[in-house]
Each structure stands twice: as structure tokens, then as C-alpha cells.
Design a protein around this ligand. Sequence first.
Ligand SMILES: Cc1ncc(COP(=O)(O)O)c(C=O)c1O
Length: 407
Amino acid sequence: MNYTDLLQLEKAYGSAFFILDEKQLSKNYHRFIKAFSQYYPHINIGYSYKTNYIPSLLQQMDKLGAYAEVVSQMEYQLALKCGVQANRIIFNGPYKTSSDLSYALEHQSMLHIDNLAEMQQILEIIQTRPTHSFKVGLRCNFALDDLDSRFGLCLENGDLAHAFKTLNQQPNCQVVGLHCHYTTAKRTLASFRYRAMKMVEISQQLFQDRVPAYLNLGGGIFGTMDEQMASQFDCPIPSYEEYAQAIAPIIKQAYPDAAPELIMEPGVGLVANVVHFYSKIMYLKVIRNHHYAVCSGSIFNVKPSLHKKYLSIEHMPCAENKKEASKEYYDIVGYTCLEWDTLLEKYHGTLMAGDYIKFLNIGAYSIVFKPPFIEPAPPILSLNNEQMIVVKQAETFADIFRNYSIR
Ligand SMILES: Cc1ncc(COP(=O)(O)O)c(C=O)c1O
């Protein structure tokens, strides 16, 4: 994509847009599966919908063979709408209604019970259907040294074992799998080794001589990133191959026949590097000795979680910028009225109005988090067989205000 291509896109779509790289997504999926298969062939991905739910991306994941990992009725409906079979949906999350639970049970989704109240709701549902048999999974919560998680059934206070026993005592219900997920700042190999070890230990304690249908170790791994980004984390960034080497042999040793399916639920680790954001510098401004480059995007497009990491960018100068502009430290700032709407701090370079900035690796927790604050969301495009297609139209005034009553 060169500057002339960007101008063409600008004519059709405006001066701020996302581009989804479907080829990169497919590469990530295959590399991940290959890395784990070397040690444990019975591996699959449950793609975390909340991370980025562009429907074309979800459909690609489904075609590649991944499960859909959802945490709400909205995401569950989306999976069905995208053509995912209900039995390919992993239903996680701390809040599910009785009707969500009934539907998922009835349609054989991989349902993970998060708490004892949910277990109670499930008991009520299955007791009304004594001739039907149901399968469920349990989300395990065991102590981890860098996070006191609130999700899942506690191992240490006995809730997990209680749920396992209670559900298995029902004549028409079977616990078939175990799940865990932790979002920690340090996504280290040591932490994943520990999680794998704990899950095996719990599985052997609960299932004893039987083998569960699956062990699901959740998401929380790093994806591929450049040196600039990697240097901002205070731990090394493992590759997929290193994660596989840390996790899979522990499962293999406990289950040499590879009988339980090993499921991983990468979100950021799978999709961060498949979406980039392009935004035009609209004008430059100096306040006292502070240089600003005001662009057509906002921090809400590239890091709405407001994390402090310095994003990687590519500067795509317009033709005029070849004339020697002076090098300054610029804050690249957004269109909102928020003082802190800074997409990139102290960029050192020769910016000019008309230049484009490409923000790299912003595919995770960006598009799904964007608030309707001040401007609607820009479009999402995707390069498909050399053709740019629109996978999400730019939001409009009507999209934002349709549910308000304007009298
Ligand atoms: C249950 C579950 N699985 C997977 C993920 C994906 O996590 P990450 O994006 O850190 O890989 C999340 C994110 O919160 C989650 O809650």
C-alpha cells in the first residue's frame, strides 16, 4: 500500500480506515496449530470473539476449523448468524441467563459453568428434561501468583469439586471438560507451564481413571510483535512455538494417547497483527514550544483501553513532504476534545499536513471497544484477492442516534 493507493481509498472511504489482513490471520492460525501439533496432535483454537468480532474474520476462523469462544448472548447470536454450528461454540462468561443456558445445553455447545448459582440454574433446567442427556464443562479457578481472579469455580474452597460431584450425580448430566483462563500482564512461559500442570492435576483428581473430552487452557498469550513493541514489556515475548513447547508436553505426559482435546483461546495473540489503522494528518499546530499533529483518528480507534504502550507506526509522507520539512517531536493527537487524546507521544520526524500514519498491530480490543464519542467509527476494509472490500461500513449519524427519541 503506497501513498497513491491511500489517496484512492480516501476518495471512497474518507481519511481514516482500518485494513484487515486476512492472509495474516490464516498464517497465524496455521502457525499456532503447527506449533502445538508437534507435541500434541489433538489441539484446536477457540477464537475469543470479544477481542475482535468482525464477522468476516469470524467466518474465516470457522472455515479454518477454530471453535467460536463467546461470553454473552450477543456473541452467541453472532456466532450463529455467521454460520457457526452451535456445537462448535464455547460458551464462557460470568453472566448467562436461564434461557441462554437452556439454548446452549439443548444445542450441545461447550458450556463452561462459572459459579454455583449458574450450576443451580443448570440443575433446574436438566431436572425438567429427565429423558435428555446433557454435557457441561467447568471453569476452574486456582490460585496464580500474579492474579487473584474472580472468575470460575474456586479449587481451594471446594466449590469446583462440589460442582463436579453434584452435576455428575444427576442421572442425565455429565461433566466432560475443564476450562481456565487468566488475563495477566505477564504472559510468561512459566505461568503457562504452571497452568498446564494445575489443569492436569485437577483433571486427574476429578476424573480419576476417566479421560475428559477436553482441557481448555484459555487465552492470554502474546502474539507476534516488532522489537519496538516487545521492548516495552518487562518480560520476554515467547513465540507460539515456545508456548507450545511449554504447555503441550505436560498434557502429553499425562495423557500419552492424546485423548483429551487441548483447546487454547487466543485473542490478542491471534489477531493483534491482522488489523492496521490508517489516519491522515489534518494540520500541524504549535502551542508554545509543543508540536502537535492533529489526525483524522482518535486514541479510541487504536487503543481505547488507554494502555500506555507506545504503538508502532509507519509514516507515509505525501509528495510535498519530500521538500525538507524540519524534524520535530510531535504528539500525534486525535479529533476529540479530550486533552489526553494522544495516539502517539513525541514522534520524532518530519510530519506535514496530508501525510498518512499507519498504526500497526491494533487488531485486539480496539474496534470492539470504540465508544460513540464525538465521531462515529471509521470503516473496515479488507484486501481480498487483490480487491479492497468493505467488511464494515463507516458508521453514520443514523447508526448512532437511531435508538434515541428526537422529538
Ligand atoms: C475466557 C476467555 N478466553 C480467552 C480470552 C482472550 O484473552 P487474550 O486476548 O488475552 O488472549 C479472554 C479474554 O478476556 C477470555 O475471557
